[in-house]
Ligand binder design. Sequence first.
Ligand SMILES: [Fe+2]
Ligand SMILES: [Fe+2]
Length: 251
Amino acid sequence: MANKEELKQLLRELNKQGGSALVKERAAKFLKDVDAKTLSLAEQELMEEGVSQEHLRSLCEVHLEVLGEALEQSKPETEKEHPVSILMDEHEIILQNLAELREIVGQVEAAEGFGDIPNQLERLKAITHLLLETESHHQREEEALFPRLERHGVTGPPQMMRLEHEELRAKKRRLAELTEQAKSMNYEEFSTELSQVGSYIASNLRDHIFKEDNILYPTALQTLSAEEWSEVSKEFDRIGYCCFTPQVSRQ
Ligand SMILES: [Fe+2]
Ligand SMILES: [Fe+2]
């Protein structure tokens, strides 16, 4: 098991040098042996030492890049009715829609007027609707999952995820307005703003999902007891699901 102090030192170096090839290579080797919870706690302690959240976020990105495939393989496996499975199934559907959003942004950029993109506008409305529905997903994370992690002293990752939810919320609202008002706008203005807002959501929400699937959820699985998970399930039921949540049957 990798040592947390060593890990913090490596993260500091990654931070300072913006990830030079040599440090990245060392990090890649080292990080393969790190479990999610050690990583979460190391990042949290750096934050407590005064590394700003913004800074830590760019640091996260460097090391997500470094971790790449190693992390993909460590995705947790849980029973299909487990809260983590439900959240991860929802992520899959959100990711498919984000890929489509990115495609539409490209088509809107290439087109010359609204006459060229009738189908894209329709699809954009459907994707926007789905993205607004993800509020219940974020709410379940914020109300049922994060406070329990925080009670166990894991405070850094939930804090960062909350901040990202906030930022994404504002962008999703702007996307909804843009989609609603599209035809009353000048095409170039519409296309430029859609390209900014759409690309932001497509890449930031994708990265957010990656961090949850690979760091936050595995940390939660290492931390919460079976009893706490059953409380999480009950709270999930109380808060409710997204219109696209795959059907779950719970006894
Ligand atoms: Fe989230
Ligand atoms: Fe999520």
